[in-house]
Design a protein around this ligand. Structure first.
Ligand code: ADP
Length: 788
């Protein structure tokens, strides 16, 4: 298959070339046949006539009815006596034959006609009179009318045809030996002068013969007998008009026109000299054209040198051969078709060459593209391998990161639980009013250190959550104003201690909003803490406002200070974890460099932003923007306690240590606090009275979620608690399920402050349906219950 394909291609190319040869030859022949090439052929034949010019034989003298003769006679047409006298004079001078290219078909005067007839009769066989055929009608009317001399004149004279065929372009090229008339074939004037027998064939006049060199005499000189007899003795004489007014003029292939009499004269000279040219026939022409096209066809392989040589050879032959042939024999060759074939072959050659070049360019491009594609394929494969390796490395890295984060989260969690215990206990001790002052100070220091450590652990836990993407934002109803005031109050001592004025403004913000209170507190606490930490004199302010935009209202909180400021190159860096503007080991301010990183991530997780603007030495402004959802406070239930501080609470906690801590934490925060150590105790307490909030530790209700949920339902069913809050130290994945039965689920471990805040939040939300309503719902058997 593969071996056959180049051969087939070769055959196809050969066939294409053969077809090309035929097309070129056919086009050249067609153009010639349609006469499109005659201007070129005329130009060529003119050159040939010029190159092959010849002198006339001097056996013929033309007697011109020229303008002088017309002027001398004064009248026109002349009396036939005038012609009679001229013919007589010429014959007396010894002329061999006198041919007249003058029409004597119409009658003139009887005397004149007689005079002419007499002269003709006097010189029998020596006077030739013209006959001719002409078209009588117009357009489609192609009637031919033959014109002959008067019978009286024709009787004694020889008759010859003077018809000259005119080509389509109005030129006279050919001359007939004889002319077909109603009386049969009539020899032409030139043939008759030479005494040739009539033949139908015509020939091409040899215009190379110099018409000007033919002897001539003016008619009036002949008429007056004033001419050299040597010019007519033994010669043929042809009388015809040359004066323009007589209009006997013809266009010839040579430049200029020639009078009819000289056309006959040149035809006579052509015949006499054997120069009656014959055109080379179609078979030869077609052959020459095919040979040319074949010889000049584009070759399989490009070779400009040989192509050029072939073209030069053909051009030389096309121009030279007709000249040589015409010089050597009476043959006229039209070279134009050959030249046209050559031109077409040249176009063909150029086209083939251009195509060949285009093909080679395309082939080169294709090769290049193929190489490129191979290269790309290789690159792609390499990238794929690298990608796979990277994926493996990434997976390993992911595992390592997760392990690290898990470790961090677990460690932080494990530290927080005992730390909460320590801090709870120190708080219990501090709550004792009888504590000696020295011990109180020591315990207070221990408590403060614990708080610092807890903050750090909390920060680490947050970072771990952020890295693992498990940070959760729980938006709920919260009191912005309280949070704002609390935060300011928390830092007021510290500010006062540093001699700073602390200023707050929250006018223009709604009090109740929906947001994650704990996270917002974390952000404000951090920013305000930083502002006070990095400011030695002047003021620190915390302001909040609302920015209304098309995208919705935004809560804008700004923390400004007149502190040390931050260099422009650090302004973004400080939001990266473990980064501080002053990284020197001797730095003045404490810190981990985690605060701002956490704050920004929290702000983003809450759907907002945190940005800093600062100038070294002048202070800084930190701006938090959060989407604002204000809550309308209308419709609060009458009689329900508004806050945790007015609520009655029942704490159910089995662990005595935790019970102590919780008691210390909550007793000041609620209106009344009762404590139960078990579920049974709780139920009996609830049988006696109702509570605004029931805070129950998960383990008291049983270890397993299902059991716990059942017990929770049981507790709620009693209807003695308006709100049920569950402290859950088990799997965080269960929180969602537990949330369905409890009003609040608090994930342990949790700091006392955070717990209080969450319980506070519980009072911000609408209270659960009243106990009665709840009871009603539960007493109705459900579909599942019925099925069971
Ligand atoms: P920490 O304060 O624990 O070092 P932060 O992330 O809160 O970590 O802050 C990172 C750094 O940003 C600080 O160490 C301090 O260099 C710079 N910084 C933060 N707040 C301010 C402020 N209000 N004025 C000047 N510098 C500040």
């Amino acid at each position: 298959m593969k071996a056959g394909s180049p051969r087939r291609k070769d055959t196809l190319a050969r066939l294409q070339r053969a077809a090309g040869v035929l097309i070129v030859a056919a086009a050249a022949c067609l153009a010639y046949a349609l006469g499109a090439l005659s201007p070129l052929d005329d130009a060529l034949s003119q050159q040939r006539f010029r190159l092959l010019s010849r002198q006339p034989s001097a056996t013929l003298t033309v007697v011109e009815i020229d303008v002088d003769s017309l002027r001398a006679a004064e009248t026109w047409p002349w009396s036939r006596e005038r012609f009679a006298k001229a013919i007589d004079n010429l014959n007396r001078a010894g002329a061999q034959t006198v041919g007249l290219d003058v029409d004597f078909s119409a009658r003139s005067s009887v005397a004149a006609d007689d005079a002419l007839a007499t002269v003709i009769r006097r010189w029998p066989g020596q006077v030739i009179l013209p006959t001719f055929v002409q078209q009588a009608g117009h357009g489609a009317d192609r009637r031919q009318v033959a014109t002959r001399p008067l019978a009286a004149l024709a009787e004694e004279a020889i008759l010859a045809s003077v018809n000259v065929p005119v080509d389509a372009d109005g030129r006279v090229r050919r001359y007939p030996n004889g002319f077909e008339t109603v009386d049969g074939l009539r020899p032409s004037m030139a043939a008759t002068l030479l005494g040739r027998s009539p033949r139908a064939a015509s020939f091409l006049i040899d215009y190379g013969l110099d018409a000007k060199a033919i002897n001539r005499i003016s008619f009036q000189d002949v008429y007056a007998g004033r001419f050299d007899p040597a010019l007519v003795r033994g010669k043929n004489v042809l009388i015809g008009s040359t004066a323009i007014e007589l209009g006997d003029q013809f266009a010839t292939p040579k430049r200029g026109v020639l009078q009819g009499v000289y056309i006959h004269a040149l035809a006579y000279e052509s015949l006499l000299a054997g120069r009656d040219l014959r055109p080379l026939g179609w078979p030869f022409l077609v052959m020459a054209v095919i040979l040319t096209a074949t010889f000049l066809r584009p070759r399989a392989k490009a070779d400009y040198g040989s192509a050029l040589r072939r073209h030069v050879l053909v051009l030389t032959l096309a121009l030279g051969l007709p000249v040589a042939l015409q010089a050597w024999a009476p043959i006229s060759v039209d070279a134009a078709p050959v030249l046209v074939a050559q031109g077409l072959s040249l176009v063909w050659l150029v086209r083939t060459e251009l195509k060949r070049r285009a093909d080679s360019v395309i082939e080169a491009r294709e090769t290049h593209l193929r190489q490129l594609a191979d290269h790309m394929r290789e690159s792609r494969d390499r990238i794929r391998v690298a990608h796979d390796e990277l994926a493996v490395a990434n997976a390993a890295l992911d595992r390592a990161l997760r392990a690290r984060t898990d470790f961090l989260a677990m460690t932080s969690h494990e530290i927080r639980t005992p730390l909460n215990g320590v801090m709870g206990m120190t708080q219990v001790i501090l709550a004792d009013p009888n504590l000696p002052a020295g011990v109180r100070e020591k315990v207070r220091l221990a408590h403060a250190s614990g708080e610092t450590m807890l903050a750090l652990v909390n920060d680490l836990l947050d970072v771990a959550k952020m890295e693992s993407g498990t940070i959760s934002i729980a938006k709920a109803r919260m009191d912005l104003h309280s949070l704002f005031d609390e935060t300011l109050a928390l830092w007021s001592d510290k500010a006062r201690a540093k001699g700073l004025s602390l200023y707050g403004d929250r006018a223009g913000t709604p009090s109740l909003i929906e947001e994650d209170a704990g996270r917002l507190r974390q952000i404000l606490f951090n920013l305000l803490g930083n502002a006070i930490k990095f400011t030695d004199k002047g003021q620190v302010s915390l302001t909040a406002g609302v920015d209304a935009s098309d995208a919705g209202d935004q809560l804008v909180i700004q923390v400004s200070d007149s502190g040390i400021g931050i260099a422009p190159e650090d302004i973004e860096r400080i939001f990266e974890p473990f980064t501080q503007a002053d990284a020197s080991t001797t730095r003045k301010h404490e810190g981990t460099g985690l605060g701002l990183a956490i704050c920004r991530r929290l702000a983003v997780a809450m759907g907002g932003t945190l940005v800093a603007e600062s100038e070294i030495g002048s202070g800084s402004v930190f701006t938090v923007r959060l989407p604002l959802r204000a809550i309308c406070t209308k419709g609060r239930q009458a009689g329900a306690p508004e806050t945790l501080s007015t609520a009655s609470a029942l704490l159910v906690e089995g662990n005595p240590l935790a019970r102590g801590v919780m008691k210390a934490t909550l007793s000041d925060r609620v209106a009344s606090l009762e404590i139960a150590a078990s579920l049974a105790e709780a139920l009996s307490a609830m049988a006696l009275r109702n509570y605004d909030v029931l805070l129950v530790e998960g383990k008291v209700l049983g270890g397993l979620p299902d059991e716990l949920i059942n017990n929770l339902r049981h507790l709620k069913k009693s209807g003695a608690a308006q709100r049920v809050a569950l402290m859950w130290g088990g799997d965080p994945g269960e929180v969602a399920a537990l949330s369905e039965v409890a009003d609040l689920v608090v994930q342990k471990p949790i700091s006392p402050a955070e717990l209080v805040e969450r319980l506070d939040g519980l009072f911000m939300t609408s209270p659960a349906p009243s106990a009665e309503v709840y009871k009603d719902i539960l007493s109705q058997p459900t579909e599942e219950g019925r099925a069971a």
